[in-house]
Design a protein around this ligand. Structure first.
Ligand code: PGA
Length: 296
C-alpha cells in the first residue's frame, strides 16, 4: 500500500491491526478505519475503509457458525480495509472465539451508559469489555425511534463506550419527513453536536460516525452516492470547524440498504469511508462482496 505524505511517498505493507515499522524512522499503525503514520518530523492520520455488519436481532448459534466461517474465509486475504460484525449480546462469546485470530473484529449493537446497578435487562460497557468488543453501535435510528433514545442518552452511551476503551460507531440520520422538510443538515448537526458537546473532538477522534438516513434503512431505497456524499461532507466540515485534523481523519460510514450491487459506487465517493451493513450482512456472499468493494 502506498501512503502519501506531504513530502513524498512512503511504501508500507499494511495488514489488519498490526503495527509495522517499515524503517527505523517510520512507524505505521492501523486502527479502526484509520492509519497513523509516525515519522521523526510528525504524526499523520489517514482514513482507511471500514465495513461493519449490523446483524440487528438476527442469528442463532448454528447459523452464526456457518455465516462467520464463510465471512472469515471470504475476507481473509483482503488487507486493504477493516472489517467487523456487531452481533446480538448472547453471541458475543461465539463471535469472540470464532474471530479472535482473524481480520474480522466484533462488537455489540448497544450498551447501557451506567457501569452497574438495578437496570434489569441492561448490559454495561464493562460487560462488553469482558468479551473484548472493539466496537459498539451507538444511537442507531432503531434505538432512537423504537426505544426512545434521546440525543442526550446517545451521547452518554458514546462517552461510556469510550471510557471502556471501545470504538463507538455513532449513528446519525434524518427521517423522510425531515428530508422532505429540508432539515436534514439541522437534524444531523443536532445529533452530532450532542456528542461533540459531551466528548469533544478528542472523543470523536476515537470514534466512527455512520450516516444512516432513516428512510433508507431496511427499505431497499439507498441514498444516491451524491446524496450520501453531500451529508458526509457536511459532517466532516462541521467537525473541521472545531478541529480540521480530527475531521480529516474521521471515518464516516454510510448505512442504509447497502448491497453488493451499489457498494462500490458509494465507497468511491471522497467522504464515504465504508459502510454499516444491515440486511446484506446476513448473507455471507453479499457481505464478502461489499468487503471486496471497500478495498478497491
Ligand atoms: P440495512 O440496515 O442495510 O438493512 O438498510 C443498515 C443499518 O440499519 O445499519
Amino acid at each position: 500500500m502506498r501512503v502519501k505524505l506531504g513530502f513524498g511517498y512512503v511504501y508500507a505493507r499494511l495488514s489488519n491491526l498490526t503495527s509495522v515499522a517499515p524503517s527505523a524512522r517510520l512507524t505505521v499503525e492501523v486502527f479502526a478505519g484509520r492509519i497513523r503514520v509516525f515519522r521523526s518530523c510528525g504524526e499523520y492520520w489517514m482514513r482507511r475503509k471500514l465495513v461493519v455488519g449490523n446483524w440487528k436481532m438476527h442469528g442463532r448459534m448454528a447459523s452464526n457458525t456457518v455465516l462467520l466461517n464463510k465471512v472469515v474465509a471470504g475476507v481473509r486475504d483482503l488487507k486493504g480495509a477493516d472489517f467487523a460484525v456487531c452481533v446480538p449480546y448472547p453471541y458475543l462469546a461465539q463471535a469472540q472465539s470464532m474471530l479472535q485470530a482473524t481480520n474480522v473484529a466484533w462488537g455489540a449493537q448497544n450498551l447501557n451508559q451506567y457501569e452497574e446497578g438495578a437496570f434489569t435487562g441492561a448490559v454495561s460497557p464493562g460487560m462488553l469489555s469482558d468479551f473484548a468488543c472493539r466496537y459498539v453501535i451507538i444511537g442507531h435510528s432503531e434505538r432512537r425511534g423504537l426505544f426512545h433514545e434521546s440525543n442526550d442518552i446517545a451521547s452518554a452511551k458514546f462517552d461510556a463506550a469510550l471510557k471502556a476503551g471501545m470504538t463507538p460507531i455513532f449513528c446519525v440520520g434524518e427521517t423522510l419527513a425531515e428530508r422532505d422538510a429540508g432539515v436534514t443538515e439541522q437534524i444531523v448537526a443536532t445529533q452530532l453536536d450532542a456528542v461533540l458537546d459531551r466528548a469533544g473532538t478528542k472523543g470523536l477522534a476515537k470514534a466512527v460516525v455512520a450516516y444512516e438516513p432513516v428512510w433508507a434503512i431496511g427499505t431497499g431505497k439507498t441514498a444516491s452516492p451524491v446524496q450520501a456524499q453531500a451529508v458526509h461532507l457536511f459532517i466532516r466540515q462541521r467537525v473541521a470547524k472545531q478541529d480540521s485534523q480530527v475531521a480529516q481523519a474521521l471515518c464516516i460510514l454510510y448505512g442504509g440498504s447497502v448491497k453488493a450491487a451499489n457498494a462500490a459506487e458509494l465507497f468511491a465517493m471522497p467522504d464515504i469511508d465504508g459502510g454499516l451493513i444491515g440486511g446484506a450482512a446476513l448473507i455471507a456472499d453479499d457481505f464478502i462482496a461489499i468487503c471486496r468493494a471497500a478495498q478497491k
